[in-house]
Design a protein around this ligand. Structure first.
Ligand SMILES: Nc1ncnc2c1ncn2[C@@H]1O[C@H](COP(=O)(O)OP(=O)(O)O)[C@@H](O)[C@H]1O
Ligand SMILES: N[C@@H](CC(=O)OP(=O)(O)O)C(=O)O
Length: 525
C-alpha cells in the first residue's frame, strides 16, 4: 500500500508561440564529438534532421529479454545521475566502477554533470531580461564553462571536446537575450547541452583508459518523442530504432555506448525534447526494454529507494524490494529518487531495476520487480508532495450526476490540465492538480482562473492553494492498521485531513492543506 499527503501543487508553463526557427538556423553549428578513432559527428541546432513519419529507422523489432545479450553483447544499462558524474574525480570513480564489473557489457546512460541542468535553466531565465550585451556575463554560464573545462583538464582530455558546445551555448544565450523570450522548445535545446557535454567527456575518458566507448545523443540514436517540450513522452518507434542502432553499431565495431539521458527528438518538430526533470531514468529503462537486457541499474547518491526523503527525515533506511507499481506510485507522488514514467518500460519488458549508490557500490540497493512477497510488508514508504492546488467542486445540480462528472473532467481536458488525485460524492468532487504540467507562475494563475470560471458555470468552486499531500505506500491488506497509526500521528500534531483517496493500484494513501489542515490523504497498494 502507498499513502501520500498532498497540500498544494503549483507549476506553470508558457504556451508562448514557438518562434525559435530563426534562432535555430543561426545557432545550428557543427561541434566536435568525441568518438572512437577521433571522428567528429554533427551537432544539430534547434531543428534536427528529420525522417518522414517520425518513424526514424524504426524497422527492427524490439528484442526479447536475453536476445540482445547474445546478439550484441549488452547485459545491463548503467545509468549515472548528475551527482555521480559531478566532477573529474567522480567520473574517474564511475569509470572504475564500470570496469570493476568485467563480466557486464553495459550501455551507459549519463545525466548532465552535477547541477548543470539547473544552471542552464537559470542562465536561460537570466538571458531573457539581461540584454544581449550582458548575456556573456551571466554567472551560471561562467560556472558551466569552468566546471566542464576543469573536468576536461583534470582528466587529461582535449578541450575541443566541449569548447564548441560552450561557444554555441553562449551564442544561444545571446539569442535568447535578443529575442527576450525563452520558449519551451528553446529551453529544451538549452538544457540538452548538459548531457551532450557530460557524455562526450566520459566517452573520451573511457577511450583514453583503453576501454573503447562510443558517444550517442539520444535524439540521434532513435529516441522519438511527442512534441511536448519539457515533458515529452517516448513513442513506441523508439524501441526498435534504438535496438537496431545499438545492435548494428556493436556488430560493426564493438564499443561501450555512452548515451545522453533525458533527451529525445520530437516526432513532428524534429527538435530536441526533454523527458521531464530526472528523465535520464526513463532513458535507461527505455534502453533496457529496447535491448531486452538482464537488468537496469540506476546509480544514485543514496543507498537505494529509502523509506522517505532523507532531506526530511535523516534516519530513512533503504527499502530492499519494491514492485514496479510501488515504485511508480512513489515517484508519481513526489519521491525525487525516480522519474515518474521510468517504471513503465521496465514493467513492460519485465526487466528488473536496481537502484544503487555510486558512493557505496557494495550496498545492495533496491531491487524493483513485477511482484514481491508482501506478507511481512506493512508501510513501505512515505512521500510528501508540497505546494499542491486543490479544488472543491460542488454541483449546483443543473446537470445529473453523470453529466456533472463528465462535464467537470471535460473542462480539464479542454484546458489541458492534468488532475492528480480525485475523491467524489454524489454531488461534489475534490481534486488536486498535477504541478508538473504547469510551468509559468503568471500562467498558472491565469489557467486556474480559467478552470474556476468554467467550473462555476455548473458548480460552486473553492480553490485551495499551498496544500500538501502525504502518500503512504504500503500493503493494502493492512490499510486499517496503517491508517489508524497515520491518523493518530496527524491528530497528535494537529493536522486536519481535507481529502483522502486510495489509488486504483491499491498501493497508496493521499493530500493535506497547510501543515495543520490535511487536505487529502491518498492511499495506494
Ligand atoms: N524516498 C527516497 N529515497 C531515496 N532518495 C530520495 C527519496 N526521496 C527523495 N530522495 C532524494 O533523491 C536523491 C537521489 O536522486 P537524484 O538526485 O535523482 O540522484 P541523481 O541526480 O544522482 O540521479 C537523493 O539524494 C535524495 O535526496
Ligand atoms: N539532467 C536532467 C536529467 C536527469 O535525469 O538528471 P538526474 O539523473 O541528475 O536526476 C535533470 O537534471 O533533470
Amino acid at each position: 500500500m502507498v499513502a501520500a499527503l498532498r497540500l498544494a501543487a503549483v507549476a506553470w508553463d508558457s504556451p508562448t508561440a514557438v518562434s525559435a526557427s530563426r534562432l535555430g538556423r543561426e545557432r545550428a553549428s557543427l561541434c566536435a564529438a568525441a568518438r572512437p578513432g577521433g571522428q567528429c559527428c554533427a551537432r544539430r541546432g534547434l531543428v534536427l534532421r528529420c525522417q518522414s513519419g517520425g518513424g526514424a529507422a524504426a524497422t527492427a523489432a524490439t528484442l526479447k529479454k536475453g536476445e540482445a545479450a547474445d546478439a550484441a553483447g549488452f547485459t545491463v544499462v548503467m545509468k549515472f545521475g548528475g551527482s555521480s558524474v559531478s566532477s573529474a574525480a567522480r567520473m574517474r570513480e564511475m569509470a572504475d566502477l564500470i570496469l570493476s564489473f568485467p563480466e557486464e557489457r553495459p550501455v551507459v546512460v549519463l545525466s548532465a554533470m552535477g547541477k548543470t541542468t539547473n544552471n542552464l535553466l537559470q542562465a536561460g531565465e537570466k538571458a531573457v531580461s539581461c540584454g544581449a550585451p550582458k548575456a556573456s556575463e551571466i554567472n551560471e554560464l561562467a560556472v558551466i564553462k569552468e566546471l566542464h573545462l576543469r573536468t576536461i583538464d583534470e582528466l587529461g582530455l582535449d578541450s575541443s571536446i566541449v569548447s564548441g558546445f560552450l561557444d554555441e551555448l553562449e551564442q544561444l544565450l545571446k539569442g535568447v537575450a535578443m529575442m527576450k523570450e525563452l520558449t519551451l522548445r528553446t529551453r529544451d535545446y538549452l538544457v540538452s547541452f548538459g548531457e551532450c557535454m557530460s557524455t562526450r567527456i566520459f566517452a573520451a575518458y573511457l577511450n583514453k583508459l583503453g576501454k573503447k566507448a562510443r558517444q550517442y545523443d539520444a535524439f540521434d540514436l532513435g529516441f522519438i518523442t511527442t512534441d511536448d517540450f519539457t515533458n515529452a513522452d517516448i513513442l513506441e518507434a523508439t524501441y526498435p530504432a534504438v535496438a537496431k542502432r545499438l545492435h548494428g553499431d556493436w556488430i560493426d565495431d564493438p564499443a561501450i555506448p555512452v548515451v545522453t539521458g533525458f533527451l529525445g527528438k520530437g516526432w513532428k518538430s524534429c527538435a530536441v525534447t526533454t523527458l521531464g526533470r530526472g528523465g535520464s531514468d526513463l532513458t535507461a529503462t527505455t534502453i533496457g526494454k529496447a535491448l531486452g537486457l538482464r537488468e537496469i541499474q540506476v546509480w544514485k547518491d543514496v543507498d537505494g529507494v529509502l523509506t522517505c526523503d532523507p532531506n526530511i527525515y535523516a534516519n530513512a533506511v533503504p527499502v530492499p524490494y519494491l514492485t514496479f507499481d510501488e515504485a511508480a506510485e512513489l515517484a508519481y507522488f513526489g519521491a525525487q529518487v525516480l522519474h515518474p514514467q521510468s517504471m513503465r518500460p521496465a514493467r513492460e519488458g519485465g526487466i528488473p531495476v536496481r537502484v544503487k549508490n555510486s558512493y557505496n557500490r557494495h550496498a545492495p540497493g533496491t531491487v524493483i520487480t513485477k511482484t514481491r512477497d508482501m506478507r511481512k510488508s506493512i508501510l513501505t514508504s512515505i512521500v510528501l508532495k508540497s505546494n499542491i492546488t486543490m479544488l472543491d467542486i460542488v454541483s449546483t445540480r443543473m446537470l445529473g450526476q453523470y453529466g456533472f462528472l463528465a462535464k467537470v473532467f471535460s473542462i480539464f481536458e479542454d484546458l489541458g490540465i492534468s488532475v492528480d488525485s480525485v475523491a467524489t460524492s454524489e454531488v461534489s468532487i475534490s481534486l488536486t492538480l498535477d504541478p508538473s504540467k504547469l510551468w509559468s507562475r503568471e500562467l498558472i494563475q491565469q489557467e486556474l482562473d480559467n478552470v474556476v470560471e468554467e467550473l462555476e458555470k455548473i458548480a460552486v468552486v473553492h480553490l485551495l492553494q499551498h496544500r500538501s499531500i502525504i502518500s503512504l505506500i504500503g500493503n493494502v491488506q493492512r490499510s486499517s492498521l496503517i491508517l489508524e497509526k497515520a491518523f493518530n500521528v496527524l491528530r497528535r500534531n494537529g493536522v486536519n485531513v481535507q481529502m483522502i483517496s486510495q489509488g486504483a493500484s491499491k498501493v497508496i494513501i493521499p493530500p493535506l492543506p497547510k501543515w495543520n489542515e490535511l487536505c487529502f490523504l491518498h492511499m495506494a497498494k
